[in-house]
Design a protein around this ligand. Sequence first.
Ligand code: UTP
Length: 484
Amino acid sequence: MSVKKLKHLEIQTEHEADKLLIEKVIASGQEHVFRWWNALTENEQKKLLSQLKLIDFALIQDLIDKYVKENKHTSQKTATLKPPGIIPIPQNDLQKTRAIEAKGIGEKAIKSGSVAVVTVAGGLGTRLGADRPKGTLPISPIMGKSIFQLHAEKIQAIMKRCETTLPWYIMTSINNDEMTREFFEENRYFGLNTDNVSFFTQGELPVIDLQGKLLMDSKSSIVTNPNGHGGTLFALKEKGILSNMKERGIKHVFYHQVDNVLIKIADPIYLGYHISEGAKMSPKAVQKINPEEKVGIIGIRDGHLDTIEYSELSDEDKYARNPDGTLRFGMGSPAIYLLDVDFVERINESNVKLPYHKAVKKAPYIDENGGKVKPIKNNAIKFEMFIFDALELAKKSIIMEIIREDEFSPIKNDKGESSPDTARQNMINLFGRWLKGAGIEIPTDEDGNVKGVIEISPLYALDAEELKSKVNKDLVFNGELNLQ
Ligand code: UTP
């Protein structure tokens, strides 16, 4: 038995590997994680070691040096910025013809089975404050269907329309993986074939205090945080999803975030443009509401496509206008991407690292007396990778502008902006526009909101055209309409 003396306590380990690990932790200045070692059961000791084993201490040290000691903010992208070329929302005949051609190409790809959907749902949903995974939130205006069910029904509808399978991969994190899987089990996968729905967990990183010390969650575990949506690119490889995709002949991945209730899953027009241009990673883009809107913007930074965070955009760029009055950097990111499987594979094989971004937040922990602390001030630093940092690695991308009201309504907060209330209203308004397009009168108030409540299941109609072809033109809207 080897014994490691640590101040007043002796750490006993039977295995050489454990001893080396403990020495590494101590050499990294994190010996406080063994504070309760002698009082832990053997199982608890094992649990702590197995958690520590997964940590890249060299990386953590780098992050501490950069973000705590030098107090840098993020990767700090400063450079010359140019607006990117965008595929606009079709206005003229030529643009409309191109969109129709692109749709044909996209549908062909879906029909051939070369497209899959990746939904990222590993985030903690801290701003929303729910104690369940965000995707389980009941959200549809009448039936109260969950966000996951709405996504599932869209996938089901596309499969039916294209007579194909559209495999669905859902990224979770250790905090919500079990609950997410259980939710799908309880709801019988919303009618989807279980062979076509997979879950995979993303990586985690330790959370440190403002001095760079690992925070403890219990006497035998440290506080960790999912490694950001950028972690998707690496989890796809590590969890065997890329291999599974290749076996199935999948070439293109439609990536979206779980919390956008208006998402147009596997939009064929977008796919068509991406494929015909031989693009490798392509973002959708949405006009910013105003210069101050807190979204990342899509721009060309030093010759590479990139997303620049709101906080990193200079005032000069933020307020710059084109001659026609529109914002020069007005293309915000709705976090919707197409990624080619070979591109994700190459990122993994070439060992490219994405930068880590720092966020100072509140994180509960246990103090040196073992008491649980729920901080009222920011006490912790979390590190995350962002998916858009991979954009500059793509040899080719297309950027397609979308109409916000039709495709982008994320749920971030409990109340107010980007909340369940706005998401429901935006769904109702979208269905109202579809119905108006089909010739049905739908009254709206002075803000343009539908007076009443409407729900249209994706299984009834996936878009305005399908609705128009199905709905009874003599229908009179009496304030509530539920089409399932
Ligand atoms: P956000 O950071 O906007 O939302 O992530 P969140 O994590 O759900 O909520 P907050 O920030 O704690 O309030 C955007 C999307 O990326 C996913 C989230 O699940 C959400 O769909 N995400 C985020 C991950 O899958 N993993 C992460 O590590 C972070």
